[in-house]
Design a protein around this ligand. Structure first.
Ligand SMILES: C[S@@+](CC[C@H](N)C(=O)[O-])C[C@H]1O[C@@H](n2cnc3c(N)ncnc32)[C@H](O)[C@@H]1O
Length: 252
């Protein structure tokens, strides 16, 4: 899908970066709870699948970009062990505050290092990481291709990107029920928290989180963006009738 088509869906617009930051600042305290509702509690399974795709990363250096409240970063940290290192990067300090709060209870041999940073301009030299993960961040950035280019740049040769993003299922029958669920359950429950208040003159938080999925490029269209960044081997793993896609891309 061309960037213009994304624009026509309203997922790219003037002031998006500030809006997205303000949305996540607003919802940080109940983000994890809402994620369980939004994913019908399937999110942990998707993260476990991402870890499986990451492979043997014991002792490796990994980055989770758009880490939010740090769930994926903590899973990576368990896998890399005492000799490895995990950095969790996010543009919204409030999300990182909640990620950091989990550090004590996780009791890891090597704590996750959380840093404020922009996925479109990572403050790391090329070939810094063996694995880069990112969950549900891509539809929130102002330039999807640039984010994927950055994943590629900071990965070492032989390194792997494992990137998850939500999508609207292609199957019409499934899509009908998916849309009902998103509208009548997710947005409704979200409303209790976000109070339907508009943010920066745009929609309330859970309107954005639901509406930004609609029409967002996925599957082969997204895989092509990974190839464009330089990744040679790109696989798309579709989960739950395509409600989430996990992209596995290797830098040769
Ligand atoms: C839907 S949340 C996902 C959080 C987490 N990865 C998860 O699996 O729950 C998207 C996150 O991406 C972050 N984000 C959006 N734009 C970003 C950017 N340009 N650079 C870094 N993080 C960004 C947001 O602040 C938010 O925490």
């Amino acid at each position: 899908m061309a960037e213009e088509e994304i624009k026509s869906n309203g997922t790219q617009f003037e002031g998006k970066e500030e809006y997205v930051k303000d949305v996540f600042t607003e919802i940080a305290s109940y983000y994890d709870e809402m994620n369980d509702i939004m994913s019908l509690k399937m999110i942990k399974g998707w993260h476990q699948y991402m870890m499986k795709l990451a492979g043997d990363i014991s002792g490796k250096r990994c980055a989770d970009i758009g880490t939010g409240t740090g769930e994926i970063a903590y899973m990576l940290a368990e896998k890399v062990g005492a000799e490895g290192e995990v950095v969790g990067i996010d543009i919204t300090p409030e999300m990182l505050k909640y990620a950091e709060m989990k550090q004590a209870e996780r009791n890891l041999p090597n704590p996750v290092r959380f840093e404020v940073g922009d996925a479109l301009d990572l403050q790391y030299p090329e070939c810094s990481f063996s694995v880069v993960t990112s969950g549900y961040m891509l539809r929130n950035v102002t330039d999807v291709q640039k984010a994927i280019d950055e994943f590629y740049r900071v990965l070492e040769h032989g390194g792997k990107a494992v990137i998850a993003e939500m999508a609207t299922p292609d199957n019409r029958f499934i899509r009908y029920f998916y849309n009902l669920y998103m509208k009548h359950r997710v947005q409704k429950i979200g409303r209790k928290y976000d109070k339907g208040e508009s943010i920066d003159g745009h929609g309330p938080a859970y309107d954005w989180l639901v509406n930004s999925i609609r029409g967002f490029p996925h599957g082969e269209v997204m895989a092509e963006k990974f190839r464009q960044a330089g990744f040679k081997t790109v696989k798309v793993h579709s989960k739950n009738f395509g409600a989430v896609n996990i992209y596995e891309a290797v830098k040769e």
